[in-house]
Ligand binder design. Structure first.
Ligand code: SAH
Length: 240
C-alpha cells in the first residue's frame, strides 16, 4: 500500500554524471556546484519570495539510483572502512526503505534562464538528474546543534594527501572552457583530496582510477605522498 504520492519540484543538474567521486556529504567540497531546475507548476517566482535572504537550504531528494535495490537492515558505511555494519537508520546510506535523502547546501543565487527558474547551489553531494521533492530554508538557530555527538562519524574525514597535476592534466585544465567546466582544477583537487576510492581500497591492488565529471574522464593514480591527476579527457574529442 502506498498512501503518498510526491511530485518532484525540480531536478539537480550537477557535474556528477556517475556516483564515483561524489563527496560523501554536503559542504565537503564547496566548488561542487549544481543548479536545481524547478519544474512547472512550482516555478512561480512568488513560491521563492524571501528565500534569497538565506545562505543555505535543505534539499529533500530521492536517491533515484538506489530505487532498483531492495533495502537491507544493515549497511557498511565508508566511514567504518566498508567492513563494519551499522543499522540502516544509523546511516545516511541511500539504500533505505524509502530512498529519501537530505542535504544542507549553500544557496548562491536564484535566477531565471531561458524561461527556467533555477537555484545556483554550492557544496553539493548529488548526482546529475536527482529528483528534488522539497526545499526549505536552513535555520541555524534550530538546525545547527553545536554540542551534538555523532557516533562513528564525529568529524569531517581528514584529507588524505595533497593532489598534484601531471603536465597533460594541467594543460587540460588551462584549456578547458570555463563556462562548460567551471573551476575545473579546484574542483578536481577538492574531490580527490577527499579520497573517493572505495573503502576496500587498501587491498584492491589497483594503481589507476577514473572519475567522470560532466562528459570528462579524469584519470588519477596514487603516489606514495600525493594523488596524481594524470589526464583529463573528453572521449571522442581531441581537446577540451
Ligand atoms: N546528504 C545526503 C546524502 C548522503 S550519501 C543524506 O545524508 O541523505 C551521499 C552519496 O549518495 C554520494 O556520495 C553519492 O554516492 C550518492 N548519491 C548522490 N545522489 C544520488 C542519487 N540521486 N541516487 C543514488 N545515490 C546518490
Amino acid at each position: 500500500m502506498s498512501p503518498f504520492t510526491f511530485q518532484p519540484i525540480g531536478t539537480i543538474r550537477s557535474c556528477f554524471t556517475e556516483k564515483f567521486g561524489i563527496p560523501r556529504q554536503p559542504g565537503l567540497v564547496p566548488e561542487a556546484r549544481a543548479f536545481l531546475e524547478i519544474v512547472p507548476p512550482f516555478d512561480k517566482a512568488e513560491a521563492f519570495r524571501g528565500l534569497e535572504a538565506f545562505s543555505h537550504v535543505w534539499l529533500i531528494f530521492v536517491f533515484h539510483q538506489c530505487l532498483a535495490h531492495p533495502w537491507k537492515a544493515t549497511v557498511r558505511p565508508p566511514r567504518l572502512g566498508g567492513n563494519r555494519r551499522v543499522g540502516v537508520f544509523a546511516s545516511r546510506s541511500g539504500f533505505r526503505p524509502n530512498a529519501i535523502g537530505q542535504s544542507a547546501v549553500r544557496l548562491l543565487g536564484i535566477e531565471r534562464k531561458k524561461g527556467t527558474l533555477r537555484l545556483d547551489l554550492g557544496g553539493i553531494d548529488l548526482l546529475d538528474g536527482t529528483p528534488v521533492l522539497d526545499l526549505k530554508p536552513y535555520l541555524p538557530y534550530a538546525d545547527a546543534i553545536p554540542d551534538a555527538t555523532a557516533g562513528y562519524a564525529p568529524e569531517a574525514p581528514a584529507n588524505l594527501k595533497p593532489v598534484v597535476f601531471a603536465a597533460p592534466a594541467e594543460q587540460a585544465c588551462q584549456s578547458a572552457d570555463p563556462e562548460a567546466y567551471p573551476n575545473l582544477k579546484i574542483l578536481i583537487t577538492g574531490l580527490l583530496a577527499q579520497d573517493p576510492r572505495p573503502a576496500y581500497k587498501d587491498g584492491d591492488g589497483r594503481k589507476s582510477y577514473g572519475m567522470r565529471l560532466w562528459d570528462l574522464n579524469v584519470r588519477f593514480s596514487l603516489g606514495s605522498t600525493h594523488i596524481i591527476v594524470e589526464t583529463i579527457e573528453r572521449p571522442g574529442r581531441q581537446c577540451l
